[in-house]
Design a protein around this ligand. Sequence first.
Ligand code: ZN
Length: 502
Amino acid sequence: MAEHPAFDRLRARLFDVVDLHGVSYLLKWDQATYMPPGGAVARARQTALLKTLAHERFVDAEVGRLLEAAEREVEGLPADAFEAAYVRVARRDFERAVATPAAFTRRFFAHTAATYQAWTEARPADDWGRMVPLLEETLELSHALSGYEGPGAAHPADPLIARSDFGMTVATLQPLFATLREALVPLVRAASAVPPPDDAFLRHPSSVAAQVAWARARVAAFGYDLERGRVDPTAHPFAIEFSVDDVRITIRSRADDLRETLFTTFHESGHGMYHQGLDPRFEGTPLADGASAGVHESQSRLWENVVGRSLGFWRGAYPSLRTAFSEALDDVPVDAFVNAINAVRPSPIRTAADELTYNLHVIVRFELELALLEGRLAVRDLAEAWRAAYAEVLGLEVPNDRDGVLQDVHWFSREIGGAFQGYTIGNVLSVQFYEAACRAHPDIPTEIEAGRYATLYRWTREHVHRHGRTYDPVDLIERAAGGPLDVGPYLRYLKAKFAPDA
Ligand code: ZN
């Protein structure tokens, strides 16, 4: 193998940057799980210090020089060779990190921190008016950020979308989302006209410890490695990695709702398996992450929904669940259970949405973000536009701003633009990937019914996980799914599941 002295020096340097981020994630994990409330002030200071150290080490002029030299060393290597992919991804991250002036970055972080703090009080108080001037400034800063990171972009949202879903643009996403919206609205109308199934048994109180034990064993069977992971309780579930060999998930439980533990654990285990499945060589490199927010979400939705809410899966898994929760489930046959966990009920809250209505919540936000960034909608009219969109798209009266425009943290803690599309891209991809896996291994559905998940897991590891960021998301999707992002398979899946007679 050729000598790559500059590449080796670059790699040693960026290992520290990745490790500094890993340590800051450990602080975040602790804060969201076991830290006593008294730790908050010091923890905010410590986290900010680590982020600053990581940023300063990364944007250093020496990194720029090493990158240039490393680029010459890897010239001629295939684009997906480790060294070539490493240098390409590091260059992209570096350019983005140095694009914004330090003074702007400081102003942006100070503003979003103040906005988040105000939101934590304004939401419970249902006080939209307080957030208007803050969000007006966020919108202005978002435009500036877009200009720094993507000068000359076709749409101001494009550079912001590229931050989490590189390669996706308004021009590619808007038509896909329009198709989805047009098909979903009548499906939701039809499904919500039917009286909801009886699901009182799901709210029969049961031991949270027993719920977690059951879900933990099941995601271990999916492929989530508990020797390199853990499951802990939190308020807002997430998956987080400190290294390739320590990838933890956090979940939310309710004694009086079995669904919380089951589906937050399934969901987060999908994210966790993605990181655990990275090529071990990627440890400490910029390649050690998911290809994009959308591809990451495809892995969580695969296990949560495509597998975890299917009749086939529960034919295999239900007997064990029924034994563990016999008081609630003794008289409930498997199809009644599966109907109950798939009930369609339009609700104002995105995170409480069923599989069918979920994407309409995302599409509403995506369209409002574009209207704001294009100047077609003023921030002061946003709450009203939100209510109008929910009436039109979900046929719902939004009861207040707390459960309307104020419900999601995204716009109140970061830039406006690019925050939501990944959720729907993930749903669409979850079905494309599942179908590709089943084309390669037609026995997968039968195996899942028998409680065996290894073939599906191995397919995702081979075609998605192990590559990390080696391929751009668009290329990874093409290689793994056998075609570009396409809403067709997802719509067929939803129709077969929710409107089989239509
Ligand atoms: Zn997720």
